[in-house]
Design a binder for this molecule. Sequence first.
Ligand SMILES: *[C@@H]1O[C@H](CO)[C@@H](O)[C@H](O)[C@H]1NC(C)=O
Ligand SMILES: *[C@@H]1O[C@H](CO)[C@@H](O)[C@H](O)[C@H]1NC(C)=O
Ligand SMILES: *[C@@H]1O[C@H](CO)[C@@H](O)[C@H](O)[C@H]1NC(C)=O
Ligand SMILES: *[C@@H]1O[C@H](CO)[C@@H](O)[C@H](O)[C@H]1NC(C)=O
Length: 425
Amino acid sequence: MQCSWKAVILLALASIAIQYTAIRTLTSKPFQLCTLPSPHNCGLGDQETESPFERGAGGCDDYPFFYVNASRKTHILVLATTRSGSSFVGQLLNQHQEVFYLFEPLYHVQTTLMPRLSHSHNSADRRVMLGASRDLLRSLYGCDLYFLESYIKPTPTNHTTDKLFRRGASRALCQQPVCDAFGPADVNVEEGDCVKKCALLNLTLATEACRDKQHVAIKTVRVPEIGDLRALLEDPRLNIKVIQLVRDPRGILSSRIETFRDTYRLWRIWRATGRKPYNLDLSQLTVVCEDYRSSVSTGLSHPYWLKGKYMLVRYEDLAKNPLPKTKEIYDYLGLPMDKNVEDWILANTHGSNEPSAKHKFGTLRDSAANAESWRLKLSYDMVEYTQTVCQKVLQQLGYKAVRSVQQLKNMSISLVQDKTFVPFL
Ligand SMILES: *[C@@H]1O[C@H](CO)[C@@H](O)[C@H](O)[C@H]1NC(C)=O
Ligand SMILES: *[C@@H]1O[C@H](CO)[C@@H](O)[C@H](O)[C@H]1NC(C)=O
Ligand SMILES: *[C@@H]1O[C@H](CO)[C@@H](O)[C@H](O)[C@H]1NC(C)=O
Ligand SMILES: *[C@@H]1O[C@H](CO)[C@@H](O)[C@H](O)[C@H]1NC(C)=O
């Protein structure tokens, strides 16, 4: 009973926020910009009692970051799907000295709102989730990490928590001044070591660390389509650059089968027995392809609201030529690529002869030479099936379909067509 009341209230608040956003987007009045980063006009304030939805609809007072020169900060968004190599791309940003990187902060929105909203994928639920996601992203790009507190369970006390999802994946959160266990020169702090050795995360310190960096990067697999972000991309207070990361759906399927053993159990049965189980959840495959098709179509059709803010990256291209491709990404972002990034690439890809056993980022298991290893793992009929369901997307992205087992298993023929996706500038 209590739960459903909360849901009603949340929904009401969310729809108010969405309406506000819509109204604000439509008004011709320019956004008020704060001229000075003073705590009085743009400080964080004592807003922890407010609902995130209410805050999301507010103006300058709610945001600590709308300085007139805020446009110098680049707000990088890696838009991906699970098992498409997004941890790898995240690392390429995380390693940069001047980037404050957050790994999947929208996880908290999803886990908080999902149990309250019904599980059916109806469009009202989806709008609430996406509205909340956009508000959180907007706040995080402004280094307002307190905004996350409404979504963290248990609610942080005195702005500290040990429940931030994958804190250890963020370099800045595992180093001084946020964590005293590691100095600023400690690159490659293992995620597990960070969690073990760093005390509670002090969100005030994290906020300061974020402000000290030139740029903010966020990776998410929790936004299905780029169109869902339009309101954020059009927000003149932000300077977002989207990197849409895609991967061959056949590779994604194979990787998910290996990784999510329970949820993809029936696919494993198919692979092992050669028989497609009648109760197979096809949406586990079709959703990826549908989201890609719609998202990529939008991106590649170059709508005006994406101008200067969109680059499509194929994971396979990155895996094949990590250094030059990363350089291209940094060129698009308008940032110099620093030595840390280069060192990380050399240490973590086929550029190095060292076995990758010591790296546990979840990035290497399928990176580099392994980008096409799915061909040896999936059976031909699974591949054929995927090609049928995802035909359009394969074509769009330049992944070749195979017509025989020989073609599938002959690794000397690449299934990745040469195709250039230039950033939309
Ligand atoms: C804005 O400009 C002022 C003065 O040039 C500078 O001190 C400040 O660091 C700049 N802020 C950002 C976010 O770039
Ligand atoms: C929070 O800080 C206050 C004041 O310093 C202190 O009294 C209180 O015990 C702290 N709460 C927790 C849960 O640590
Ligand atoms: C968190 O860091 C801030 C800034 O240094 C400090 O004032 C505050 O006391 C810290 N909070 C806790 C609970 O230690
Ligand atoms: C694999 O493909 C290459 C290039 O088409 C061909 O020369 C080779 O004979 C094929 N290998 C097998 C085992 O079919």
